[in-house]
Structures are given as C-alpha cells and as structure tokens.
Design a protein around this ligand. Structure first.
Ligand SMILES: *Cc1c(COP(=O)(O)O)cnc(C)c1O
Length: 386
C-alpha cells in the first residue's frame, strides 16, 4: 500500500513507511493496529485532538443541512464563525477573509496589504516559513523551497529574525508589509525576545507599513495563549490563521484590523472559502479550545515538557527550546536516525531542518503521553550513542 502511494503520489512528500488509518485524541493507529503517540505528525493541525467528537458532530449536522453555498450568500454558520474569530482575535481586529489553507491566508494578507497601502515593498525574516504558493513562497526563506522558482518570485527583503536594528533599517515609506511568525516554526522553533515585536510594531506604525502576523502554526492555543502575539502586547494589522482552525478540517482565515476598512469587491476571492461545512467544523473546534482552556493546558504541559527535555542528558543535544506545546531538540547530528527510532517505539514527532526533533502534539496531550515520549527519547539517545 505504502509503495503504491509512493508510486502514484506526485512525489513531493518524504513518506514514512507506515499507513495510518485511525486517530483519537493524541493517538494514531496503523494498518497493523500498532499505536503511536502523535507528537507532531499533525503539524499543529489537530490541536483539539484527532476525531474530536464535537467537531465530528458539528460536521455531521451541517452535512445534512448544506455542504456548500458561495460566500455571495450570507449563511448562519459562516456568520457564527466570523463572530467567533473576531471575539478571539486581538482587540481592534474587525473583518475576516475565509479560505482553505495557510498559504492562501498569506496570499490574501499580502494582496490586501499592497491594495491598502498602494506600496510594493515586502519585508520578511530569514528562516521564516509562510507557505509554498508563488506569493507566499516569495516570503518563505529556505532555499530548498525556492530554488527553481527564484526568477518568478516577487522581490522580498529578508532580515535576520529577532534583530530589531536590522528590521528597522529594512522598513521604509515604500514598505507595504512586514510578515513575521511570532515564533518561527519550520525554522526550528525560534523564540524572539519579548520586546522584538513591540519594536517592529512601532516602526510599522511610524512608516505606515502593515504588520502581518502569521499565526498559522502558533495560533489557537499552541503557545499557551489563544494567539502568541498576545504575549508581546502587540496588535497586528493582519492576522493569518490556519492549520488547527477546523480541528483537522481544511479552513483558514485572514483577519483584518478595523482601520483597514472593507477591501474593494473582486480584488480577491475563493470558491470554497467560507463553505458551511468547514465553518461548522471551525466553530466546534474554537468552542472546544475555549471550553477546555487548551491555551492554559498548553502553557502548563508545555512547561512540564520543556523541563523534562532539559533534563535529558546527551552529548548529542545542542539546545532545547520551547514555548507552550511548540518544542524542539536541536541535535549536534542528523535527526533521521532518531526520528526512525522514535517511530519504531511508537512516538511520532516531526523533523525541522536536518538536525531538529520537533514536538507539536495535539493540545489535548496528557502528562502520561509526555512521560512516555521522554522515556522513548532517553532510550533512543542511549541506543544511538554506543
Ligand atoms: C504551515 C504554515 C503555512 C502554510 O500553511 P499550508 O496550510 O500548508 O498552506 C504558513 N505559515 C506558517 C507559519 C506555517 O506553519
């Protein structure tokens, strides 16, 4: 089965050699019934856990009423979601564009910023990741995603992340937007200093550039707040949300500050954006996040996880970093043997680059799952050190 999928798939994914057929909470099962703790295979998508019963119920109910209606017709479920999104976003955020994926949310943000400012300049960060469609790709730093397309990409100025002087120099009166992740995910869980975003916000305000905060990965509780940007006491002009918004169902959003007003009709759109089925899933997922205080849970279990990772003693560890349930162990060596070993032991974390082991578990993860993961890591370090 795995081989057939490898042969028929376009080939863009590095596939693992197990076929996953079921999920529940933090657990995944393969075809042979072997169980895995999902420590990141959800890429931060399944914050409310796999097959969350409330999301399932909402999707079932909506499927019986209406799968699809274009965004040109108002719909009560969509309306409910828009209200919820505004209520959980930083104060001042007032309008929402609904779409289907993180990269689309970034595309919309960039277009809206250029449309609103009538400027062209874009500033982004080294090691940043914002998606892979051509507009978003222009703001994604890693060469491995960009090469072959370099000549087609709009010009973007990249500056060192978490360096206030570098970004101050880069933002000018020609800058339409600055796009940043509040913690860099794909770049290896890079956490900025507390006042970095405050500085960026001030420079943007002074120059009239818009601040796009990409919370596709950090959003909806992941880092111990509903949105990570709350930690820095900064209000974005545009907020990008994706990944876990639909509890696993594809949906994403671009949230706009009230000072931007309404965008001009027709400058953007999406056939499936805001379809009632996705909206129903997202409403249920947001309700669950609030009801279970998943941001609070992520904060406390994240602190526990981080302290346990810091207790690991191995000469192969360069550094351990984390904010909430977004964590990484940076190795002095390649990550592949560790990832393979952990998978054999029933733990499924993620890579980042070639030397990081990254952990982005569903936010419903419990202490036992973390202890099991730490045990497996200890074994893996021992076994691979001899
Ligand atoms: C994953 C990710 C994206 C892209 O989302 P897709 O749904 O894969 O298009 C954009 N920005 C950040 C920060 C991400 O982590």
């Amino acid at each position: 089965m795995t081989e057939q999928e490898m042969a028929l798939d376009a080939g863009v994914y590095a596939k693992r050699n197990i076929e996953i057929v079921n999920g529940k909470g933090c657990c995944l099962w393969d075809t042979d019934g072997k169980i895995y703790i999902d420590m990141g295979a959800s890429y931060g998508v399944c914050n409310v856990g796999h097959c969350n019963p409330e999301v399932i119920e909402a999707v079932k109910r909506q499927a019986e009423n209406l799968f699809y209606i274009a965004s040109t017709y108002p719909n009560p479920v969509r309306n409910e979601l828009l209200e919820k999104l505004i209520s959980i976003s930083p104060s001042g955020m007032a309008r929402v564009f609904l779409c289907n994926s993180g990269t689309e949310s970034v595309e919309a943000a960039l277009k809206f910023a250029v449309h609103f400012t009538k400027r062209k300049g874009i500033v982004a960060a080294m090691r940043g990741f914002h998606g892979r469609t051509l507009g978003a790709l222009a703001t994604t730093w890693n060469k491995k995603y960009r090469e072959d397309f370099e000549d087609l990409l709009m010009p973007v100025q990249f500056v060192k992340y978490n360096d206030p002087e570098k970004i101050k120099d880069a933002i000018t009166n020609d800058t339409a937007a600055v796009i940043l992740e509040p913690v860099q995910g794909e770049g290896g869980v890079n956490i900025p200093d507390e006042d970095y975003f405050k500085t960026v916000r001030d420079v943007c305000t002074d120059t009239g550039a818009l601040l796009i905060v990409d919370e596709v990965q950090t959003g909806l509780g992941r880092t111990g707040r509903m949105f990570c940007i709350e930690r820095y006491n900064v209000t974005p002009d545009i907020l990008c949300i994706g990944k876990s918004l639909g509890g696993g169902f594809p949906i994403a959003a671009t949230v706009l500050h009230e000072h931007l007003g309404a965008m001009r009709k027709g400058i953007h759109g999406s056939t499936f954006g805001g379809n009632p089925l996705a909206c129903a899933a997202a409403c249920a997922a947001i309700d669950h996040i609030i009801k279970k205080d998943l941001p609070g849970h992520a904060e406390s279990l994240g602190n526990y996880f981080l302290s346990k990772l810091k207790d690991l003693s191995s000469l192969k560890i360069r550094e351990v970093r984390g904010l909430g349930l977004m964590l990484a162990v940076e190795l002095k060596t390649k990550n592949t043997p560790y990832l393979n070993k952990l998978l054999k032991k029933g733990i499924a974390p993620l890579p980042a680059g070639t030397t990081y082991i990254r952990f982005l578990p569903p936010l419903v993860v419990e202490k036992d799952d973390i202890n099991t993961t730490i045990g497996a890591l200890e074994e893996a370090f021992n076994e691979l050190e001899v």
